[in-house]
Design a protein. Sequence first.
Length: 241
Amino acid sequence: MRVLAVSPHLDDAVFSVGASLARLVDAGHDVTVVTCFTASVVGPTGFALACQTDKGLAPDVDYMALRRAEDRAATAVLGVDPVHLPLREAPHRGYDSAPALFAGVRAGDVAWQDVRAALDAHTADLWLAPQGLGGHVDHLQVVRAVAALDRPTLWWRDAPYALRSPDAAPSQDLPPGLREVALPEDRGRRGDACACYATQLGFQFGGEAGMRSALRDWPEPLLADPAAAAVLLRSAGAVGE
């Protein structure tokens, strides 16, 4: 199969569903991770600049270039192909504080339309995308975009938000008729891939050891829409079991 995982940021897919992606690769499938919000912005200011300086990076560092390099290293560990869309993260679209990132999509922020247009050029037998757990605006925009495309999709639990809030509700833009499924996992390789995101580990997990502890036994159940469930049924025995 051709499998395409749609990641809001440069780490979301690997943190959330990297163990499943690794096993899909092992089973011989062609797996690509398309990350949506990866554009470098020259001369960031305010909250956008603070998002890198609070991680110990100097103001003149191209933060997103550094993160794209981390993502290439992480996806190489999993054996998947990375694609980076040149769309701007929320701090570069007027969301000016950490609370604002989780306070809902602002009127006039139509980034989901840009995501949908960019993704429409891609084809795959099976898609994976976030559920929007945690309510980060970029995740919500990706959910809306993928749902609008109406592809056979497996929806993953967003890490680390689902780790912090196991009862978090998914985006209201998820399609109806979903049921839980599980793919085989390689959690060890997921941990090795996640370790490549050095700029994020301290902020998200308190360091690499904290990440490995948090994710070591964390499963990756997915919600399948009817079309995705049919794809899995047709490929039974070919997903790495």
